[in-house]
Design a protein around this ligand. Structure first.
Ligand SMILES: Cc1ncc(COP(=O)(O)O)c(C=O)c1O
Length: 434
């Protein structure tokens, strides 16, 4: 579900025409729907009502714009963070550091010190040496750092290899067989307070099967840890997938045929119906860490066609957004619907590409599109997660602007970067000066 819809042949985000936004704010432009974000957060939260003590921690790696963080903080959300920079952004946006959980395999001394000073809810620890380091740094400031161990349950998430995180092939967490011994050691450390247990098996998971399998595998451990250390929470991580291609919503991916019970597309209701009965009897606080589900379908990347050119082999629609603005197709071969801002008659089949000097700089290949021409605006839908958050200055292209729409209003929530910002901080070595 999202709020990007055609009305009288023009594409709107809620009550604002994207053509108007492209004209007034320029392109490439990220546009987010406040209503979609709010609805997704609330749908998920309400679906989990059977877990009275729950906290939805938005995985802000998906989208770290300050306005979106503030919106989710206002809705009562916490945050799943993976760096000091993300924690800084939460604090700046008015979020509550006591609702932050800090994951990541490479936390530095500086990051741990900063998180201790900000009083985060929990460090989600990813290795035995990390516990030693947190213990040492917490003792330096006479504190006991709250920790949970990220359990690697060695469960296949059936998603893209680059976003699978819960098998022993991956760098994340501590192997489920080793976890009890690591907790036992952690319990002896004076700078450590054992607060919970965590897992996260991957991203863009489109059926409930892998979640159920992982939760069932970790549950006996959680029960034991509750008895031993009086832990207060179990975080089951994020990973709820979204529909990028409406044509696929009713289709059955090939691997599903091997898991017939998990055939139905994932919705908050299905997710909750399968997981709440497993989790509620624990009587623990339950955390979830959704990123993509909250913001993915709530954002579009608006871009303008610069040229349409043909080679003897194919037609290219060249737009003013590039892989530096949205890397998902190049990086994960992912699909984004591409729709014109103004509906037109006729179609064409083309590769939709950006201006970057890489053949991997494409948004679609051999795609049947509305017959767009030079100067037309198009929107790449479902770009709200891992879009702007993964943008770069590659080819010295300034970062796009971002806009948040709320009904008939909109606000620029990130100014377009100026070319003058591109070499900020760079210096020419003294010996090169003439
Ligand atoms: C620890 C952790 N939690 C949550 C998420 C969010 O995943 P998603 O955006 O698929 O919900 C991630 C994503 O990589 C993660 O690493």
């Amino acid at each position: 579900m999202h709020d990007f819809k055609f009305k009288n042949g023009r594409l709107y985000c809620e009550g604002v025409a994207l053509e108007q936004l492209a004209r007034e704010c320029g392109t490439p432009l990220y546009v987010y729907s406040q209503h979609t974000i709010t609805a997704h957060f609330q749908k998920l939260d309400r679906a989990l009502a059977g877990l009275p003590d729950r906290l939805v921690c938005f995985a802000m790696k998906a989208n770290s714009n300050a306005a979106i963080l503030r919106l989710l903080a206002n809705l009562g959300g916490g945050f799943d963070i993976v760096s000091a920079g993300e924690l800084f952004r939460v604090v700046q946006a008015g979020g509550d550091s006591r609702r932050c959980v800090f994951a990541g395999v490479g936390k530095t001394d500086e990051e741990i010190r900063y998180a201790l000073a900000q009083g985060i809810y929990c460090f989600n620890v990813e290795s035995a040496p990390e516990i030693e380091r947190i213990n040492r740094l917490a003792r330096e400031v006479n504190e006991r750092a709250p920790i949970a161990i990220r359990v690697n349950p060695n469960v296949e998430a059936h998603t893209h290899a680059k976003i699978t995180t819960g098998t022993y092939e991956n760098k994340f967490g501590i192997a489920i067989e080793d976890v009890e011994a690591v907790y036992a050691h952690a319990a002896t450390l004076p700078g450590i307070h054992i607060r919970g247990v965590q897992m996260h098996i991957g991203s863009q998971i489109t059926s409930v099967g892998p979640f159920v399998k992982a939760v069932k595998k970790v549950l006996p451990l959680v029960k034991k840890l509750r008895q031993l250390y009086a832990i207060e929470f179990f975080s089951i991580g994020g990973g709820i997938g979204i529909c990028y291609d409406p044509a696929l919503e009713s289709a059955t991916p090939e691997w599903w045929s091997r898991t017939p019970k998990a055939r139905a597309w994932l919705t908050p209701q299905r997710y909750a119906a399968s997981l709440v009965p497993l989790l509620a009897p624990l009587g623990l606080r339950v955390l979830i860490e959704p990123g993509r589900f909250i913001v993915g379908n709530a954002g579009a990347l608006v871009t303008r066609v610069q040229y349409v050119k043909s080679t003897p082999e194919k037609t290219f629609v060249i737009v003013d957004a590039g892989m530096n603005d949205l890397i998902r197709p190049a990086f994960y071969d992912s699909y984004h619907q591409i729709v014109p801002l103004r509906q037109t008659r006729g179609t064409l089949v083309a590769d939709v590409v950006g201006p970057i000097c890489e053949s991997g700089d494409y948004f679609a290949k051999g795609r049947k599109l509305a017959a767009v021409k030079e100067g037309d605006g198009v929107a790449l839908l479902s770009a709200g997660a891992y879009g702007m958050a993964m943008a770069s200055n590659y080819n010295s292209r300034p970062l796009a602007a971002e806009v948040l729409v709320n009904g008939n209003r909109y606000a620029v929530v990130r100014e377009r970067q100026a070319v003058e910002d591109l070499n900020r901080g760079e210096k020419v070595a003294g010996w090169l000066k003439r």
